[in-house]
Design a protein around this ligand. Structure first.
Ligand SMILES: *[C@@H]1O[C@H](CO)[C@@H](O)[C@H](O)[C@H]1NC(C)=O
Ligand SMILES: *[C@@H]1O[C@H](CO)[C@@H](O)[C@H](O)[C@H]1NC(C)=O
Ligand SMILES: *[C@@H]1O[C@H](CO)[C@@H](O)[C@H](O)[C@H]1NC(C)=O
Ligand SMILES: *[C@@H]1O[C@H](CO)[C@@H](O)[C@H](O)[C@H]1NC(C)=O
Length: 300
């Protein structure tokens, strides 16, 4: 008895939580919560609660191994998978939450968007939604639904990502002459690891066997690839734009400033703009002096 009661309690909790998540997900989109949204939410609340409560033996249910979060790459086919047990004569549909759009019903594709396709092998428990060429805007909440009365649903979050390159130190790096320039370039979300990651300084490709010496490159390839560039004993000529270019992701760049130790205070404040202001005002003062002085001298 106690077990049944606590089971029902936790089912109630899960359903409540579900309802809340649904509301949060709904408020994330710009569309206001309308009657339809509320209806689906309360229907689901009722259905899931009642399912657990009755423990009906022959009711259809979602296999717990059905994924809830899928990550795909822009332009590469992705499959949202739904595993249903004990379906009998019910149908399985895929719905997109963003616009409550019915995408598939059973083996049929309902949307006019040619990129979507219902996939199902006869007598299999898998009902998939395939998106042929997903875009960033396809990211969001989807739901696999079973046509019980009321219907029950299994939410799946789809995250579509793009190849991305970043350099860890940000857009600018200020270092003291004589210290080591240490730049780490990270490449994420590529279909396979990049075959090459090329560093350039200005328009020169960096070779660790260049005349400059003291340059090393360490590249690690994998799900997330990194390339670390170390330039020892930095000097003035090492300043400038550095860029990291993987063969299969956009490049990233950073501007390196090599300080000769004159303005350590400004450097500590990370002075991207104030340093510029400072040097501009120095130049302006010198020019002013230069143009004013002779006039004074010759005018009197
Ligand atoms: C919501 O539905 C109820 C009936 O279910 C109806 O009376 C009401 O006008 C609807 N509200 C909106 C904003 O559609
Ligand atoms: C889904 O997975 C991605 C990465 O695997 C993660 O960043 C994201 O937070 C997850 N989303 C949810 C709703 O769990
Ligand atoms: C499914 O089968 C049951 C009997 O097993 C029947 O009562 C019900 O109407 C059927 N539903 C559909 C949608 O065919
Ligand atoms: C370079 O920086 C990374 C962290 O960004 C650090 O783990 C690594 O030890 C540094 N390498 C050297 C040689 O300073």
């Amino acid at each position: 008895m106690g077990q049944v009661a606590s089971g029902a309690k936790s089912a109630l909790w899960i359903s409540l939580l579900h309802g809340c998540l649904f509301l949060i997900a709904g408020s994330g989109t710009d569309a206001p919560l309308d009657n339809t949204t509320m209806d689906i939410s309360s229907q689901r609340f009722r259905s899931e609660f009642l399912q657990e409560w009755h423990g009906a033996q022959d009711a259809p249910y979602f296999d717990p191994s059905t994924p809830r979060n899928i990550t795909g790459l822009v332009g590469h086919p992705v499959r949202l998978l739904c595993r249903v047990k004990n379906l009998q004569n019910r149908t399985v549909s895929w719905v997109r939450h963003r616009d409550i759009h019915l995408l598939t019903v059973g083996r049929y594709t309902y949307t006019s968007d040619q990129r979507f396709e219902a996939q199902h092998k006869p007598r299999s428990e898998e009902w998939a939604l395939r998106i042929r060429s997903p875009q960033r805007r396809d990211s969001g909440q989807y739901e696999c639904q079973i046509s019980t009365t009321p219907p029950i649903g299994h939410p799946v979050f789809l995250n579509i990502v793009e190849p991305e390159t970043t350099i860890s130190s940000g857009a600018e790096l200020f270092i003291q002459a004589g210290s080591t320039i240490n730049l780490t370039c990270t490449v994420r979300h590529t279909p396979e690891p990049p075959t090459s990651i090329t560093w350039t300084h200005g328009d020169q490709i960096i070779n660790f066997d260049s005349a400059r010496g003291g340059i090393s490159l360490v590249t690690e390839k994998g799900l997330k690839s990194t390339s670390r560039l170390l330039v020892q004993r930095a000097r003035g000529s090492d300043a400038g734009a550095y860029s990291c270019g993987p063969n299969n992701a956009p490049p990233a760049s950073i501007r390196v400033h090599v300080l000769s130790g004159e303005h350590p205070a400004a450097m500590q404040q990370g002075c991207a703009i104030s340093c510029l202001d400072f040097s501009v005002s120095v130049i302006v003062s010198i020019l002013t002096l230069y143009t004013l002085l002779p006039k004074h001298l010759f005018g009197t």
